[in-house]
Design a protein around this ligand. Structure first.
Ligand code: MG
Length: 204
């Protein structure tokens, strides 16, 4: 399986990092070793002093496809979960300033916690109106709704599949709303999808 991620998909998050709004989705990937499952704790790595949380809706791909038309995209994912796209912001800023790839700032071990439970797509009344949020130590830090995405699920799947064949089991992180910020040892991160707690992990 592979993990693909969308960057700059929420206007307020683009603004808070003072990035430009892209014409097409910004795509990057994380290796499978980035996965963190079953609410295992996240250990702060020693190569960064500024690891940020980015709560995101995550799509689970359910069949293989290439050059998928947007109108057929809904048949290519069957479940939605929550993930955190941990980002070494200091390292990313350094790489961005030099025009270098973000891989090490985004793809390090444990940088992709996902919820154990993924909700079947059929459970959602409207895929364009899915609430989610992240609390740090019980305080809401990030709040999003799928309606705020610049590129929706279908567009993302269609776009990526022009370049990269999607395979059953792949995961797509669909971008983070505003409110990203640093985590520190002792923090407890809880993620909620449509009001239900699906993620609960400690920073160590
Ligand atoms: Mg992200």
């Amino acid at each position: 399986m592979k993990i693909l991620c969308i960057g700059r998909n929420y206007a307020e998050h683009i603004a808070e990092l003072q990035n430009e709004t892209p014409d097409a989705p910004v795509i990057f990937s994380k290796p499978d070793t980035a996965l963190l499952q079953r609410n295992q704790p996240f250990f702060l790595p020693d190569f960064s002093q500024d690891i940020h949380h980015e709560i995101e809706l995550v799509l689970r791909i359910c069949k293989n496809g290439k050059n998928i038309e947007e109108k057929f995209a809904p048949t290519y994912f069957d479940a939605i979960g929550l993930g955190i796209d941990f980002t070494a912001r200091d390292l990313q800023s350094k790489l961005k300033s030099k025009g270098l790839p973000w891989e090490l700032a985004k793809g390090f071990d444990g940088s992709a916690p996902i919820s154990q439970e993924f909700k079947p797509v059929a459970d959602f009344a409207d895929l364009k109106n899915i609430d989610f949020h992240l609390e740090v130590n019980g305080e809401v830090r990030q709040q999003g709704n799928s309606s705020m995405m610049l590129h929706d699920f279908n567009k993302i799947i269609s776009y990526i599949s022009q370049f990269i064949t999607l395979k059953m089991g792949d995961l797509i992180f669909t971008g983070t709303p505003s409110g990203v910020g640093p985590v520190q040892v002792g923090d407890q991160l809880t993620g909620y999808l449509a009001g239900e707690k699906l993620l609960d992990l400690a920073i160590k």
